[in-house]
Design a protein around this ligand. Structure first.
Ligand code: R5P
Length: 326
């Protein structure tokens, strides 16, 4: 894609890592461009090789990669692609990381811990990134970790517009699976016609990863259609536990809505057996056939990312994607 500016002609290129080519292809289609022809493979010892097969000199380059398991491998490939782009003289490099890696380690919960989300931002910067686009960061302050402009896209409009069609708006309650997500739950409530809020109180043993215990629900959910929201579903423990608590407290129905379908085992089984009527996610991460189940609905995030890329390329307003203003 090219555009003429006062400074001359600008060219947009979109390069994709190997983690989720379907999403990259969909975004390219939305932008009406071809993905940059790229060679990438692994050496016998696991080292990754990347080469762009066309010149990128002087371009406005967007480098997209998804970060499913094995996340370290895909992150490394992403960094190598950015380095390749820098050394091939792209004029500006925007990292597109729909699911930001290591977002959950965004602070020291205890002494002698890393802040891995900050480290990832530093790695992107060191590799050569000028800007970053991501979707539903685990916590908004991660924006401040990256030394450059960050466009933080929100999947709420996409998810909520769909969920609106699946619930009785006069009988819906938005439920956050923990106290940390209440602000996001408020945005959901606004989009669902001012629905009331509730949250599940959960506790976690900091020494045991991937294990949170949902305890009780705070708020009125008896006889209500509950929309249970979260930024990500990893093993499904948090969300399945919350469904159980809601059902035990008399919820009529539960729909789960979450942006990032990490779906580490045994998430698919847990979700399928959770008792939730529907599980609505986006395709920021690939969902292989063996992780799909009858109650699953996957909405495409590609149009939103494509619009953001177009706005960045044309020096437009990404904010306008959300509030309709410039
Ligand atoms: C926690 O703060 C996150 O928002 C998710 O609730 C959590 O990471 C999901 O993990 P899992 O599905 O393994 O319980």
């Amino acid at each position: 894609m090219s555009t003429i500016t006062a400074q001359g002609e600008k060219t947009l290129v979109l390069a994709s890592g190997r983690a989720h080519p379907e999403l990259a292809k969909e975004i390219a289609k939305e932008l009406d461009i071809e993905l940059l022809p790229t060679s990438a493979y692994d050496f016998a010892n696991g080292e990754i090789y990347v080469r762009f097969e066309e010149s990128v000199r002087g371009t406005d380059a967007f480098v997209i990669q998804a970060h499913p398991a094995p996340i370290n491998e895909w992150l490394m490939e992403h960094l190598i692609m950015i380095d390749t782009m820098k050394r091939a003289s792209a004029k500006r490099i925007t990292v597109v990381a729909p699911f930001y890696p290591y977002a959950r380690q965004d602070k020291k919960h205890r002494g002698r811990e890393p802040i891995s989300a900050r480290l990832v931002a530093d790695l992107y910067k060191t590799a050569g990134a000028d800007r970053l686009i991501s979707v539903d960061l685990h916590t908004a302050q991660i924006q401040g970790f990256f030394d450059g402009p960050v466009d933080h896209l929100m999947a709420i409009p996409l998810l909520a517009d769909y969920v609106r069609t699946r619930v009785d708006l006069d009988n819906v309650t938005v439920v956050s699976p923990d106290t940390g997500r209440v602000r996001v739950a408020e945005q959901w409530a606004e989009r669902l016609g001012g629905a009331p809020l509730a949250f599940v109180h959960k506790s976690r043993d900091v020494n045991v990863p991937n294990q949170a215990v949902a305890k009780q629900v705070v708020g009125q959910i008896e006889g209500r259609d509950c929309v249970l929201i979260d930024d990500m579903i990893d093993t499904g423990g948090t969300i399945a536990g919350a469904v159980k608590v809601l059902k035990n407290a008399g919820a009529k129905d539960v729909i789960i809505a979450s942006t990032h379908a990490v779906f580490s085992d045994p998430a698919a089984r847990r979700l399928a057996e959770s008792g939730a009527r529907e599980v609505v996610v986006t395709n920021t991460l690939p969902i292989p056939p063996e992780k799909q189940f009858p109650q699953l609905t996957v909405l495409s995030i590609a149009p939103l990312i494509a619009r953001a890329i177009r706005e960045v390329f044309e020096d437009g307003s990404v904010t306008s994607l959300f509030d309709g203003r410039s």
